[in-house]
Design a protein around this ligand. Structure first.
Ligand code: TYD
Length: 136
């Protein structure tokens, strides 16, 4: 699987007082951070994503509730079940991703390497496959 992997974050604390997780650029997050955004109150039967990016790098962290992330690099597909804030999924360039299996509590945060630029999106699977095959 290209440009996509799970990251486990170290937790500071204990059961008595709770836990803290710090995300710093070029440490837990493997790039310079330019933007953070999150989705919440997504209906449980919704599916989101359905795109890849030309250049953007992101780490997605499920802060509350659960969500499933399906990632596809044009050849291999992998599904991550995100159910804890102590892990994140790195999604680099040219990874088609879809999110589903939301719960009422789901808050999905994304830490991103660039500002929002619609021109960086690939929202058509046909175009995505063409670009993947051009790269080969
Ligand atoms: P999109 O990235 O397609 O969301 P998802 O992958 O969760 O389905 O974005 C949904 C809408 O929000 C789209 O109209 C673009 C807009 N948007 C912003 O304005 N700024 C942002 O940082 C992001 C991520 C999206």
């Amino acid at each position: 699987m290209k440009n996509c992997y799970l990251i486990n974050f170290d937790e500071i604390g204990n059961d008595e007082n709770g836990y803290l997780i710090a995300l710093e650029e070029n440490k837990q997050i493997p790039f310079d951070i330019k933007r953070v955004y999150y989705t919440h109150r997504v209906p449980c039967d919704s599916k989101r994503g359905f795109h890849a990016h030309h250049n953007l790098e992101q780490v997605l962290v499920c802060l509350s509730g659960k969500v499933i992330m399906k990632c596809f690099d044009g050849s291999d597909e992998i599904e991550y079940s995100l159910d804890s804030p102590n892990k994140g999924v790195y999604i680099g360039p040219m990874v088609w991703h879809e999110m589903y299996g939301y719960t009422e509590e789901t808050v999905l945060m994304a830490v991103a390497s660039d500002l929002y630029k619609e021109v960086d999106y690939i929202r058509s699977m046909d175009l995505f496959m063409e670009l993947v095959n051009d790269e080969k």
